[in-house]
Design a protein around this ligand. Structure first.
Ligand SMILES: Nc1ncnc2c1ncn2[C@@H]1O[C@H](COP(=O)(O)OP(=O)(O)OP(=O)(O)O)[C@@H](O)[C@H]1O
Ligand SMILES: [Mg+2]
Length: 477
């Protein structure tokens, strides 16, 4: 299954969140499209086409991470973000670079499993309902006394009376009694099933059996991953010994969640999921290496520090193409796309070891944000900061209006502070807005007036004295 998104579509999707930085957007869009093209090549060519890895260069807070973060949500490909500074050379305490591929594989497996799970979701839900009914009315008890596993007395509410009625009518014919009892058992089961389907019993307690170990999952956009060898010892033990089961009292709503995992697992063929996932990881996987400039260095470092050149050399084989063992099997890294990013303020891309430079043929520079960019960032993205604040305060019934010239002033001040102190790009908007709205935010719950207009004058009043004093702004903004 290939995701057929065009470069233009990718860029216009990114435009919803990121202002400007057109070169970077274009570069990632092309790189993605190239992999789709590659998949359609004849077999003799498919292995020849190497991914066009990208380095994004730009000062802090101009959208490098944001672009890739949004990209990852767009493409249905295994995606992992790592920070170059988290890794240490082989032999040192810390994470070795091969864990990148192990984590990416885990992400891939979870991704594909989720896809497959959604295909069998209806069937799984049905099985879960049946399972819950079985827990409540074990079929094995059908012929014996009508023992149920209902823990909660209120369970019978609504059903109870009808049952009593029927009991009164019950015939004393001993021969038919057994059949009748059976029939009644089925009827009650059916009634509960209907209620279950209508979600009327969600808060009732039942006792279910659960397996003690549940598969770990990795969050797609996180720094932590699966540590160490990437081998789950519980998994291995689980295969060697019968799964340990324990009884647990939970609400039906919780039981659903627990049972859904096991029932889904039964419906999907994990071997095939893994095969599909491995294929996706090898051919469509994307690794984002952030802070790559932090491992670039001219001087050789001595002493107890982990050598940064050493980390680069360790990363190299993975980017050049090698085979990494994971718990799901061997993964070839030749066609994984790597996107690196760094501010490169104290170092330059040419400070990276030459072999590594050659592995990132595409370099895109991101621009410093000017006042106009900042203004657009404040308002245009669908999740813009202004929209966020307005929505947050609206939850208190406060209607905030920020006039256009106020926004202009905020952008102006942000730009100025970036120039005067340190340029932290769009991140400056966070500190400025927070300061600007501090009083309103604090007093919002007790405001009598439910409408508030922030105009240029208000912005000036709140911020100008701080901006004028450089030392003060260094600390406050
Ligand atoms: N061009 C932009 N358009 C919209 N929002 C932006 C833009 N640039 C930065 N931002 C916002 O500023 C914040 C910081 O951006 P981001 O994390 O992408 O910085 P970065 O370039 O990766 O910086 P660093 O080098 O410090 O990692 C994010 O919340 C992001 O939404
Ligand atoms: Mg970043």
């Amino acid at each position: 299954m290939i995701n057929d998104i065009t470069p233009l579509q990718i860029v216009s999707e990114l435009n919803k969140y990121i202002i400007g930085q057109d070169n970077a957007k274009k570069a990632v869009a092309i790189a993605l499209r190239n992999r789709i093209r590659r998949q359609k090549l004849p077999p003799e060519l498919i292995d020849e086409v190497a991914p066009k890895n990208i380095i994004m260069i730009g000062p802090t807070g101009v959208g490098k991470t944001e672009i890739v973060k949004r990209l990852s949500k767009l493409v249905k490909a295994p995606f992992l973000k790592v920070e170059a500074t988290k890794f240490t050379e082989v032999g040192y305490v810390g994470r070795d670079v091969e864990s990148i591929i192990r984590d990416l594989t885990e992400v891939g497996v979870q991704l594909v499993r989720k896809e497959w799970a959604s295909k069998v979701a209806d069937k799984a839900k049905q099985l879960v309902d049946e399972k819950i009914i079985d827990y409540l009315f074990p079929v094995s008890n059908k012929r014996k006394e009508q023992k149920t596993n209902i823990l909660d007395g209120s369970f019978y509410s609504g059903i109870e009376e009808e049952e009593e009625e029927e009991e009164k009518k019950e015939s004393f014919d001993i021969l038919t009694k057994k059949d009748e009892r059976e029939e009644r058992f089925e009827r009650t089961r059916k009634k509960f099933k209907d209620k279950l389907e209508k979600s009327e019993l969600e808060n009732r307690l039942i006792e279910i059996e659960v397996e003690e170990n549940i598969q770990p999952t990795v969050e797609v956009f996180s720094n932590s991953g699966i540590e160490g060898m990437g081998i789950n010892f519980k998994d291995i033990l689980g295969r060697m010994f019968p799964q340990k089961r324990k009884k647990q009292k939970v609400t039906i709503a919780e039981a659903r969640k627990i049972l859904l995992y096991t029932e889904t697992q039964k419906l999907i063929d994990m071997d095939e999921v893994i095969r599909d996932a491995m294929d996706k990881v090898e051919n469509l996987g994307i690794v984002f290496i952030d802070e790559i400039d932090k491992i670039a260095t001219q001087e050789k470092s001595y002493g107890p520090d982990v050598s940064r050149g050493g980390v680069q050399r360790d990363i190299l084989p993975i980017i050049e193409g090698s085979t990494v063992m994971t718990k799901y099997g061997a993964v070839k890294t030749d066609h994984i796309l790597f996107i690196a990013a760094g501010a490169f303020t104290t170092s330059k891309p040419s400070d990276l070891i030459p072999e590594l430079q050659g592995r990132f043929p595409i370099r895109v520079e991101l621009n410093i944000l000017n006042k106009e960019d900042l203004k657009r960032i404040l308002t245009e993205p669908c999740n813009s900061l202004i929209k966020q604040y307005v929505a947050l305060l609206a939850t208190e019934g406060l209607k905030i209006e920020i006039t256009d010239d106020a926004i202009d002033e905020i952008a102006e001040i942000s730009f100025l502070v970036n120039e005067q102190t340190e340029n932290i790009g769009a991140r400056r908007l966070y500190t400025i807005l927070e300061k600007l709205l501090e009083d309103i935010s604090f007093n919002a719950p007790s405001f009598k007036k439910k409408q508030f207009t922030i105009d240029k004058r208000y912005v000036k009043k709140k911020l100008q004295s701080i901006v004028k004093n450089e030392d003060l702004s260094r600390y406050i903004l």
